[in-house]
Ligand binder design. Structure first.
Ligand SMILES: [Zn+2]
Length: 234
């Protein structure tokens, strides 16, 4: 990540580029070029009845999730993967906030402004937080909170222990691994509220499921889920 001074210096010589396609941005464009903004693979899941939402099925029979939302479909080697790479590994917390604002505005336009009582991001482990400098899920939550608008509680959930690398574990083992690592740090903020739980990507859903379970156990009236991108299930 460039330090701020160096970033300013670089901006004098290199025009900012679109975080999805790397083409130079023109006046009035921020983070994303107009072409990418038009052509990103939007899911439109917030416009579907729950029974027709393919993402909602991931949580059926596990725990009640009121709305299962994702702004974009995750496609490998495409614009969405590039955006998420910028957000997670290139220090671009701004892209998370920008995507949150865009999606929040769409949810508000669909009449969902008053739906949620509190926005809570999936917490990052403190070691990762120290390395990255920000929680990418919190950046997305900040944008959503501003655009809906809705209060947010970025530290309402916390991790209780370090999660070992999950890549070599089987599905059941992976669930066991995450199930124990979240707890509610601010129960008074959660109680009686419809919580919109937010993360950057939905893959297996195990992390979101574990977080939703502790939120419901802490007295949340309902839990909904929103991510920047969701991988198609097979
Ligand atoms: Zn672009």
């Amino acid at each position: 990540m460039l330090r701020p001074l160096l970033a300013d210096f670089a901006a004098l010589f290199f025009p900012k580029s679109c975080l999805a396609c790397r083409e130079p941005l023109v006046a009035g464009e921020q983070h994303l070029c107009t072409g990418c903004r038009a052509e990103l693979p939007y899911t439109g899941y917030h416009l579907l009845p729950s029974a027709q939402n393919p993402l909602a099925r991931r949580f059926w029979g596990k725990l009640p999730v009121r709305h299962t939302l994702s702004y974009l479909r995750f496609l490998r080697h495409g614009r969405v993967q590039q955006l998420l790479h910028q957000l997670k590994y290139q220090g671009q917390a701004g892209v998370g906030r920008a995507l949150g604002q865009l999606y929040g505005a769409e949810l508000a336009a669909a009449g969902m402004s008053a739906e949620f009582g509190l926005i809570v991001p999936v917490p990052l482990h403190r070691r990762k937080l120290a390395r990255r400098g920000y929680n990418q899920a919190e950046a997305f939550a900040t944008g959503l909170a501003a655009a809906l608008p809705c209060p947010s509680a970025p530290h309402a959930l916390r991790r209780t222990e370090h999660t070992a690398s999950q890549t070599r574990k089987g599905r059941a083992e992976r669930w066991q691994n995450v199930a124990t690592v979240f707890e509610v740090a601010e129960p008074a903020a959660i109680a009686g509220r419809h919580v919109l739980l937010v993360d950057d990507v939905l893959t297996t859903g195990a992390t979101l499921e574990a977080c939703a379970a502790v939120l419901l156990a802490a007295g949340a009236a309902a839990v909904s889920i929103a991510t920047i991108a969701a991988a198609d299930s097979n």
